[in-house]
Design a protein around this ligand. Structure first.
Ligand code: NAI
Length: 505
């Protein structure tokens, strides 16, 4: 299957934020594009807006003036839907309403050629349901762009039950020819990104609710240890809590109330209060003139650490030893079970148990748990938690060692899995279930999260780096701690661990 030829007419319906962006992408890729909106004048206004956008690109030297002219000449606003009859591909980006979209698709079926591809940019409606009742449901496919469409690389190509796989392939290739990063997805609630990304928000909201740390501290940990571009609180403030909460509720309802997707009362309270984030001037943070972001919490100590003992391989945390060595810390290595000893303190990567629980179960005195980092060589901050009977002196020795490695050290309450490890384990768990249920391939799901929401590493690749068995252990321990089905590990992780198989085929 090949991409649509660039001389094929593309029709975009709905000249709002998404429709205008999609029309721009298609015109930039060389297609003649007709843009239609049922609000009189809206399409012409959007085309003028696109031309201004292109003008800015010309000013910045990113687009040649002739290219701007050619692109704008390919964009035609139309005032009657009948003008779209000769389109080869129609992409609808109208209001998110099942009945209205179904009505539009019925009208298009009567208007366009039988082989015209009918694509929907819906982010939450079932493609199967949109196509049901049409004469040619095989022509209907999801083409889910991300906002802003000209900048975001990801396009989810979504198949409903009746979608012709050949058409999905054509759209996939077409999106690629448009310079996008397409992935295939099966029409299930949230498709890939809006489903697999839910734990990013959910776990951090829960950590906040359970008093792990404040928002600024949790955000700093996700950025500086986890390598995410933004923490969950600053990101949801940007997205808007009304929008983010509505997506969570819609996915939760669509999965018949599966607690994996349970919405947060904390976020609901913000929505109820009208604290919608940046757009309303306040969300988790305050915005506007003079508003300052509170600093992230940090532990300080006057203690120093010159020597430590590494017992056994530290797993994903092993590169920390290199970093300590580079900074002049003497390291004695001996056999053991992956512990780091400094003074009276015993340090270990979290395995999803509470520090106090692990200290008692494993008979470890002065236990200090360390969180996951994307890259222990490059991280600038790390979270620790400690057992109730860890002495302040031992904790200070642990802090001193990590500071010696050049890390800012943040203490969080003794909760299972700390912050980054818990977030990543739950993202990987959701990604694994999506693979198991045939929503997408492991490669596509990882790619979707990197290209769609800028994650620094795909959740499944990350689980493989941590170790599938280790990730599974973290989830088992989380589930044991909470006793909730929310933390039940995906069967795919258990099976891959049992078989010693990779998640990526
Ligand atoms: P919008 O409200 O900015 O634009 C929708 C446009 O559709 C309006 O100009 C409206 O006049 C027009 N419209 C409504 N009913 C129509 C009809 N029957 N025929 C022709 N035009 C009609 O909405 P936005 O944000 O652009 O979203 C559009 C679609 O894209 C929705 O399905 C939404 O779920 C989806 N989407 C939105 C994203 C976002 O971040 N805003 C991201 C990805 C998908």
């Amino acid at each position: 299957m090949q991409a649509l030829h660039s001389n094929a007419l593309v029709a975009v319906i709905g000249a709002g934020a998404m429709g205008a962006g999609i029309a721009q992408v298609a015109a930039q890729a060389g297609h003649p594009v007709k843009l239609y909106d049922n609000r009189p004048g809206a399409a012409a206004q959007a085309v003028a807006g696109i031309d201004r956008q292109l003008g800015r690109l010309v000013e910045k030297g990113k687009l040649a003036p002739e290219a701007r002219e050619a692109i704008s000449a390919r964009l035609q606003p139309v005032e009657a839907i009948e003008a779209l009859a000769d389109a080869r591909l129609v992409i609808e980006a109208i209001v998110e309403d099942l009945q209205v979209k179904q009505g539009l698709l019925r009208q298009l079926e009567g208007l366009c050629a039988p082989d015209c591809i009918l694509a929907s940019n819906t982010s939450s409606l079932s493609i199967t349901r949109l196509a049901a009742g049409l004469q040619r449901p095989q022509q209907v496919v999801g083409m889910h762009f991300f906002n802003p469409a000209p900048l975001m690389a990801l396009v989810e190509v979504v198949c409903g039950l009746a979608t012709d796989p050949g058409i999905a392939t054509t759209l996939y290739e077409t999106a690629r020819a448009w310079g996008k990063q397409p992935v295939h997805a099966r029409s299930t609630p949230g498709f890939i990104v809006n489903r697999v990304a839910r734990p990013f928000y959910a776990e951090n909201l829960r950590l906040l609710q359970e008093g792990a740390a404040d928002c600024a501290t949790l955000d700093a940990l996700l950025r500086e240890a986890g390598g995410f571009a933004m923490g969950a609180f600053e990101l949801t403030d940007l997205i808007g809590h009304d929008v983010n909460y509505a997506v969570t509720c819609s996915v939760f309802d669509a999965f018949y109330g599966d607690f994996r997707f349970q919405p947060s009362l904390l976020q609901k309270e913000l929505v109820d209060a009208g604290r919608l984030g940046r757009k309303s001037g306040q969300g988790f943070y305050r915005y506007g003139e003079g508003a300052e972001r509170p600093p992230a919490a940090e532990l300080h100590t006057l203690a120093s650490a010159e020597h430590c003992v590494a017992e056994g391989h530290l797993g994903v945390m092993q590169p920390l030893l290199e970093r300590l060595r580079d900074r002049g810390v003497a390291i004695t290595e001996r056999a053991g079970s992956g512990l780091l000893r400094v003074g009276d303190a015993t340090l270990a990567l979290s395995d999803g148990r509470l520090a106090s629980q692990r200290a008692r179960e494993d008979g470890l005195g002065n236990l200090v748990l360390i969180d996951l980092a994307l890259d222990y060589q490059a991280a600038t901050r790390i979270a620790i938690s400690w057992s109730a009977d860890t002495t302040p002196e031992a904790r200070d020795q642990a802090v001193a060692l990590l500071q010696r490695a050049g890390l800012r050290v943040t203490g969080v309450a003794d909760l299972p899995g700390l912050v980054v490890l818990r977030t990543v384990a739950m993202l990987a768990n959701e990604a694994a279930d999506a693979v198991l249920q045939g929503v997408g391939s492991a490669a596509d799901i990882d790619l979707a999260l990197c290209a769609g929401v800028n994650y620094p590493r795909g959740p499944l690749a990350w689980a493989e780096q941590i170790g599938v068995g280790y990730t599974l252990r973290v989830l088992d321990n989380l589930q044991r701690s909470y006793g909730e089905s929310r933390y039940r590990p995906s069967l795919l992780l258990r099976r891959s661990d049992a078989q010693g198989a990779r998640l990526h085929d």
